[in-house]
Design a protein around this ligand. Structure first.
Ligand SMILES: [Zn+2]
Length: 174
């Protein structure tokens, strides 16, 4: 009986370890986030672990260069927030990351600087720049549905590799 009890404990620990590893593999570390952010064509979803609040941002360089990294570096990055249900088109301009790496609102931003989404971006961007990990925040770059090819921005879908409709259909195929 004692042995069985301990076996169960070991099994639970193993499962817990595998789950932790799985999460660690799927979420990005902030160093990798930084690279993706400056790549010029990123769609990133920030998830707050304690509150499960999430925001999706498109971070796009105004002009990209295939041959001159210095010229590319001088081009600012536009930051847009996903504000609708279509994750390929429903983005609203929020601010700009300039050459000096400062994130500022150009002209009149359409998203209030006091909005939780704006504050979330500012907070995470600061941490990412400084290379300070924050375990309460998970960041995912967009995925692609393995059945229909659509863009995935919901962390659960990214992890599954399938959108909510396709995951149901695939369940019937196997
Ligand atoms: Zn799909």
């Amino acid at each position: 009986m004692f042995l069985i009890k301990n076996c169960n404990k070991i099994l639970i620990l193993c499962v817990y370890y595998i789950e932790l590893k799985k999460i660690a593999m799927e979420r990005m570390n902030f160093n990798d986030v930084k690279k993706v952010m400056f790549a010029g064509n990123a769609i990133l979803t920030f998830l707050s672990v304690p509150t499960q609040t999430r925001f999706t941002f498109a971070i796009e360089r105004f002009k990209q260069s295939t041959s001159n990294p210095e010229a590319e570096k001088s081009q600012p990055l536009g930051v847009k927030l996903l504000t609708g249900s279509n994750n390929t088109s429903d983005y609203t301009y929020m601010g700009t990351i300039f050459k000096d790496l400062n994130f500022r609102v150009k002209n009149n931003g359409k998203i209030s600087v006091n909005a939780p989404s704006f504050k979330a971006f500012q907070y995470v961007y600061d941490k990412v720049l400084k290379g300070i990990e924050d375990k309460r925040i998970e960041i995912y770059h967009s995925g692609q549905c393995c059945r229909c090819g659509r863009l995935l921005t919901d962390p659960e879908s990214i992890k599954a590799g399938l959108g909510p409709e396709c995951i149901k259909i695939v369940g019937k195929l196997i």
